[in-house]
Write a protein of this length. Structure first.
Length: 218
């Protein structure tokens, strides 16, 4: 209601707050709505990476709409590797199998040879590939950590992200490394910051690689 102003004054940012709060505890429909709002191009809360995180959670829970939107985000990202694009195509294929009409149309069109070369991805539409393809349970735990971090509960966020980092969730590795770098909720520890940032960078996380460049030498 807040999002569309149905029966109450429209307040899209407050609607987003409610969606993200519900999504952080694993509600897939809220994750879909939060993701769709985050990828709105001209919105003040536009954030492709957060949008991808929410859409990934909804897609993992079986939402064909989320699979379609997430697949398009990954395909159109200048940061996507060939393996990321393959994962995006698998998401679109699965959305089509679940009855998503646009995905079905896309799959049908791909059976015909293209008449002209496809344009390169837009450089303004960048998305870190590390934000995608985690399990629903991991996605819910990760986003619970994001919510805690946004509330200033840095130690609790670290406790959410540490097991995920150990499980190989790249974005959790990056964020845990930053907590150790700045001493947020945990004691500042350059060695642990380097450990987790290196792990994330090795999996293609661009921000982790850039942060490593400015860490103090061991």
């Amino acid at each position: 209601m807040l999002r569309r102003g149905e029966g109450v004054p429209q307040d899209r940012e407050r609607a987003l707050w409610f969606y993200e709060r519900a999504a952080s505890v694993g509600l897939a429909s809220a994750a879909l709505n939060a993701g769709m709002m985050r990828i709105e191009p001209d919105a003040p809360y536009h954030d492709l990476e957060k949008g991808a995180e929410w859409l990934n959670l909804a897609a993992a829970a079986g939402s064909p709409d989320a699979m379609w939107e997430l697949g398009l985000l990954i395909e159109n990202s200048a940061k996507s590797t060939p393996s990321d694009v393959s994962a995006a195509q698998a998401l679109i294929q699965r959305a089509a199998e679940l009855g998503h009409e646009e995905a079905q149309l896309r799959i049908g069109e791909e059976t015909e040879a293209p008449l002209s070369p496809q344009p390169p991805p837009s450089q303004s539409n960048t998305l870190a590939p590390s934000t995608v393809l985690v399990s629903p349970e991991q996605g819910a735990r990760f986003m619970a950590g994001v919510h805690l971090f946004d509330e200033g509960e840095f130690l609790a966020a670290a406790e959410q992200w540490r097991p995920l980092a150990e499980e190989g969730v790249v974005e959790a590795q990056y964020r845990l490394g930053r907590l150790y770098r700045f001493g947020l909720g945990v004691g500042p520890d350059v060695a642990l910051a380097r450990k987790w940032l290196t792990a994330a960078a090795a999996r293609g996380h661009e921000k982790a690689a850039k942060t490593l460049e400015i860490l103090p030498a061991p």
